[in-house]
Design a protein around this ligand. Structure first.
Ligand SMILES: NC(=O)C1=CN([C@@H]2O[C@H](COP(=O)(O)OP(=O)(O)OC[C@H]3O[C@@H](n4cnc5c(N)ncnc54)[C@H](OP(=O)(O)O)[C@@H]3O)[C@@H](O)[C@H]2O)[C@@H](O)CC1
Ligand SMILES: Nc1ncnc2c1ncn2[C@@H]1O[C@H](COP(=O)(O)OP(=O)(O)O)[C@@H](O)[C@H]1O
Ligand SMILES: [K+]
Length: 516
């Protein structure tokens, strides 16, 4: 699913109005009806108190139009207009008049007005600011927003939590509504998925207001949201006459005294992702451990007992996944540097190998094209330097990707795979995965996919999705706290099977009767 920018949404808006020969207030009416239907389906006329807070732009207009439908259906409603500007939008005014025709007078709130009492069992609808926010709200509006956040009532936001910019980082985190549910028009917004701002959205859903499909389809976006539909097109089925050679040979290089487990995890993950063969390359101390833990895997060892001192092998792997548990001692740095200088195989680079690249940036030019780097936030910071907000971070990652022609997997709750100017935002995974070794598993999965012939970008996007989906299936039986990296590997099989499971279909009346 494409993630459109505010500018693109406004454009879609204009094109739809022109093509369909409708007024902009008709589009607002569609939005309001969708909002109303969503609420009405769930509330079924319940007499819960609804506090509807509107701004004076089109987000507020949506709110005022929604108010009319709620009143027409007998809901228990209080409407407030936050008067933060004199410039009321045309469609806001049209809808305000329609509401007044029904003898409903909103409370117009200015900077000195007392804030209304809100019960924790009430519902707040937030239509203060939408995608038109272009500066931090005034202090008194921030106080209103804080008042709503502190009320503990359920907050339903129209389009986007008020106070959140659509395409830039926040300047003041106190100025943002903490939404329990966001009903977003036509497209979710990128900020819903970024670490700094994602916490302001508990759940979201898209409401289709019928913006011009042709424009939406033809328009390229900087970011795409990756779910099952997107990865299904990447999946490569196995061939009847395929053999283990067809599915490639992964070489996993890493480990040091006390950190051989990381190589076990990556190696097993590569195997379970479908790599035909897997060899692990470790210091000698790892030999017995790997041979005992993973009988399917071949093992090569360094001459040194406890750390890697030379990365040399006489096999021809399809891909090398390198760095987990490797350490950054002087000898291992040297080993990695001379490996890179001679290497001709595709690479997936993780953990200490990333830290070495950060220390010795001159090595970056040795990376083969489309090398995949999988940094967690700290590793990323070492690699590209610090950032002021998530948008600057992504900008820097894109520059880095272009400069070194590499793919950067920015790990997090919503991992973003970045290549050149484009970002792919993952939707699978859960907080149970914030546990030791899940990153090693990801490196193994991506390496295993590359070995099978997936192009590097596809392997990264699909690998991140599968890894998260395995974690989601695993957590159903482990719970968040007890999920381990091994559980993620054990469920890779289920994640693959899940790709082809159809969503549960609603049971029809006849089927229901014939089952009785
Ligand atoms: N195509 C779609 O998806 C459809 C979208 N629709 C809805 O429209 C919403 C966007 O509406 P919008 O453009 O009128 O902007 P909105 O967010 O209501 O802000 C209002 C105005 O406030 C101002 N302003 C900004 N920051 C400020 C600040 N800090 N403090 C004070 N003032 C500030 C700024 O004006 P300025 O003062 O800069 O001239 C801005 O224009 C969208 O989210 C959706 O709900 C639907 O109706 C149907 C179709
Ligand atoms: N809250 C979360 N939601 C979803 N995925 C998460 C969350 N926290 C961590 N993960 C995933 O778990 C993995 C952790 O990787 P990393 O920090 O490198 O762990 P390690 O170094 O222990 O292997 C990443 O793939 C990350 O996306
Ligand atoms: K809003």
């Amino acid at each position: 699913m494409k993630l459109y920018s505010a500018k693109q949404i406004y454009k879609a808006d204009q094109i739809s109005i022109k093509k369909e020969e409708i007024g902009s207030n008709e589009l607002m009416e569609r939005a309001a009806l969708q909002l109303f239907n969503w609420m009405h389906l769930r509330m079924q006329g319940a007499p819960v108190k609804i506090h509807l807070f509107c701004g004076i732009g089109n987000n507020g207009g949506d709110g005022i139009a929604l108010a009319r439908h709620l009143v027409d259906h007998g809901y228990n409603l209080e409407v407030y207009v936050i008067n933060y500007s004199e410039k009321r939008s045309k469609d806001f005014l049209i809808n305000l008049d329609r509401l007044k025709d029904r003898k409903i007078w909103p409370h117009f709130m200015n900077s000195d007005d007392e804030l209304p009492a809100i019960g924790r069992e009430d519902i707040i609808v937030d239509g203060i600011f939408g995608i038109g926010l272009n500066r931090t709200p005034d202090d008194w509006v921030i106080k209103v927003i804080q008042h709503l956040n502190n009320s503990q009532a359920f907050i339903l936001s129209i389009d986007i939590p008020s106070g959140l910019f659509t395409d830039q980082g926040p300047e003041n985190f106190d100025a943002i509504i903490k939404s329990n549910y966001v009903l977003s028009f036509q497209t979710p917004k990128l900020v819903f998925f970024l670490p700094e701002t994602g916490g302001f959205i508990e759940q979201w859903e898209v409401l289709d207001i019928g913006l011009d499909p042709e424009y939406l389809m033809q328009t390229e976006t900087e970011y795409e949201l990756i779910g099952k539909n997107e990865v299904l097109t990447l999946y490569k089925p196995r061939e009847k006459f395929g053999h283990k050679g067809t599915y490639g040979h992964s070489l996993i290089v890493g480990g040091s005294y006390g950190k051989i487990g990381s190589v076990c995890l990556s190696s097993k993950a590569a195997l379970c992702a479908g790599s035909g063969l897997v060899t692990s390359y470790v210091p000698r101390i790892g030999y017995t451990i790997l041979q005992t833990a993973l009988p399917e895997i071949m093992v090569l060892t360094d001459l040194e007992e406890k750390e890697l001192t030379e990365i040399k092998f006489d096999i021809e792997p399809s891909v090398v996944g390198i760095g987990m548990g490797m350490g950054t001692s002087d000898v291992s740095i040297k080993a990695f540097a001379s490996f890179l200088e001679q290497n001709k195989f595709p690479l997936v680079i993780d953990a200490d190998a990333l830290n070495i690249l950060s220390k010795k940036k001159e090595l970056l030019k040795e990376l083969p094209e489309k090398t995949i780097l999988t940094p967690h936030p700290k590793e990323l910071e070492r690699l590209i330097g610090s950032w002021k907000d998530d948008f600057e971070k992504l900008k820097k990652v894109k520059e880095f990707s272009k400069k070194y022609n590499c793919i950067v997997v920015v790990k997090g709750a919503h991992t973003i795979v970045v290549y050149n100017d484009k970002g792919y935002v993952n939707t699978t995974g859960n907080p149970g995965m914030a546990t030791a070794g899940t990153g090693d598993v990801l490196t193994g999965v991506i390496t295993g996919l590359l070995a099978q012939g997936y192009p590097a970008l596809d392997a990264s996007i699909f690998g991140v999705y599968l890894h998260g989906r395995s974690g989601d299936i695993a957590v159903e039986s482990t719970g968040f706290q007890s999920l381990t990296a091994s559980n993620v590997i054990d469920n890779l099989a289920n994640a693959y099977l899940d790709l082809f499971k159809l969503p549960e279909q609603p049971v029809t009346e006849e089927e229901n009767q014939s089952n009785q």
